[in-house]
Design a protein. Sequence first.
Length: 320
Amino acid sequence: MKNNNRHIVIGTDANYLPRALVFYKSLSSVHSNFVLHVFCFDEVTYNVLKKLNYENIIIYRLSEIENKELLKAKSTKKRMYEYYWTLNPAMGKRIIGEQNIDFIALADCDMMFFDSPESIFEEFYGADVIIQPNNFSFQHEKDLIPVGYYCTSFQCFRKNKNGKAILGWWYDQCVKWCSSKFEEGKFGDQKYLDDWRIRFKNVREVENPGTNVAPWNIQKFDVSKRNKKIFLNNKWPLVYYHFHSFRMSLTNYKFIITGDRKNSYKIDKNAINLIYSPYIKLMKETIKMLKKVREYKEFIKTNPGGLQKDFNGKPIKFVN
């Protein structure tokens, strides 16, 4: 008998661990029927999560999915986050292959849920794969061509022949090439998705405007709150917000709303008050909690600013 829990897959390193736990905590507040599979990209993350021992989190070491193909791809990377992108379909393949489930959801960890993702799963009914548009606002539509029409923030794959074949094709492409450079119509892991609705059968895109709301599209919406829920244009409940380019210090909790990746977005005060403020509060609480775990306290000493680093331990300079 198949497991009726929603199986959601993310990956994180120690630097992004507070965000991953905000992902988990916010999802727990709006949804109870899920298992979160977390691939730990370093031993600090694995050891901390093992100590925290959350009931519905299953943790994996990176070595559990690394094979000769991935290690060869890893050897060509200058930036760790490019390798993390490469791992996305590999993580999905592992879980969909071993779990007795109907489908998986593969997600970014730098998100916060404001409402249940069941609305996405309802749209997924009858499809084998569902993918998430970037939904760029007019101000950022120039990013559509280089970055891609779709965002690999939250996509679902059915555990059937077609769903697994599409996931396998994506894995093969990412192993061959996955870079932050804009090259020959490719970008990272996500621009491969651009033609999926033409290349493959039974691929659907998420229509709900309340999903993947992000710094590059929040300008499209008026944000309001009623009955403890956030609404867009007074109509659509906000399901999740993608906190791309947000950064918070692991020592003094100073933060920047956007700008972590050499790109800056205009976010109005209302969106900051209603969307960013709860995230900032939960991030602070989570970092304070993590500081009580010895392994994470020691990690912060080596990376107080919460900066992503390259394979040599130097702070990275983002291309996008």
